[in-house]
Ligand binder design. Structure first.
Ligand SMILES: [Zn+2]
Ligand SMILES: [Zn+2]
Length: 251
């Protein structure tokens, strides 16, 4: 892959900071927008107005939310931009139609939250503990859903996209910015049937557990031997009760 034949690094940095995505194409030696062989939807979409804000702006916000800039932020921002674009949501933070299902609780998840504005507490961000750098984007207005998966082999391609002599982390950061999205992600169209009790909005119902008495929202209760139980009472909790503060003499 061609490196930086056309553009000095300082100038590239300035133009990247200004949100110039055509320069990513140029730097990576990819076909230019409008030129023959141009296939990258992401870059073409960036040329239209009123679409997602520039990559660098989103990246700064995500690094601020996450606490540092890392390859996971770059990957996550790009993954979220791809997902939103593919389901036709141009302004995700303002959208009421976007639901995102993340499959890992690591760096990239914060980036996805920053770009999409989807949050666990708003029920617009769902966490599935699969341990995969992947997320599904659902447009609830149209029903269109796309699952985007970070490719494991993108790490091996870093050297092809970074100028020689960069240290390992800088090379990874740089490569993840300029790699064509096909090298970073695979994606598939999927169908997602979202139960009413998973949707944003007020809780649909609330019941009390017959054993511990604690309240349970939105049909998370379990019926067992004629009783209504919370999942902790039905299946065993994730914690080990040691007693109340008073029982332990700490009250
Ligand atoms: Zn991180
Ligand atoms: Zn209970």
């Amino acid at each position: 892959m061609a490196g930086f034949t056309n553009v000095g690094r300082q100038s590239l940095k300035r133009r990247l900071q200004a949100g110039r995505h055509d320069i990513i194409v140029e730097a990576a030696g990819l076909p230019r927008a409008g030129g023959p062989g141009f296939r990258c939807h992401h870059l073409r979409a960036q040329e239209r107005k009123d679409l997602l804000r520039p990559f660098e702006e989103l990246l700064q916000e995500s690094a601020a939310l996450h606490g540092h800039l890392c390859p996971g932020q770059i990957l996550g921002v790009r993954l979220a931009m791809v997902g939103c674009r593919e389901v036709g949501i141009d302004e995700p933070v303002k959208s009421k139609a976007l639901l995102v299902y993340v499959e890992i609780d690591r760096c990239a998840t914060d980036a996805i939250q920053a770009v999409t504005g989807c949050k666990l507490g708003k029920r617009t961000l769902k966490f599935l503990d699969y341990g995969k750098v992947a997320a599904t984007f659902l447009n609830t207005d149209t029903g269109k859903a796309i699952r985007v998966v970070a490719r494991d082999d993108s790490r091996d391609a870093v050297a092809d996209y970074a100028p020689p002599g960069m240290d390992k982390k800088a090379a990874q950061d740089h490569a993840y910015k300029v790699m064509p999205e096909e090298a970073l992600f695979t994606m598939e169209t999927v169908r997602l049937d979202v139960p009413d009790t998973d949707r944003p909005g007020h809780p649909l119902r609330r019941v009390a557990c017959d054993r511990c008495g604690e309240g349970i929202n939105d049909a998370r209760e379990v019926r067992q031997a004629g009783k209504t139980l919370c999942k902790a009472c039905a299946f065993g909790p994730y914690y080990r009760p040691l007693g109340t503060a008073a029982e332990l003499g700490e009250g």
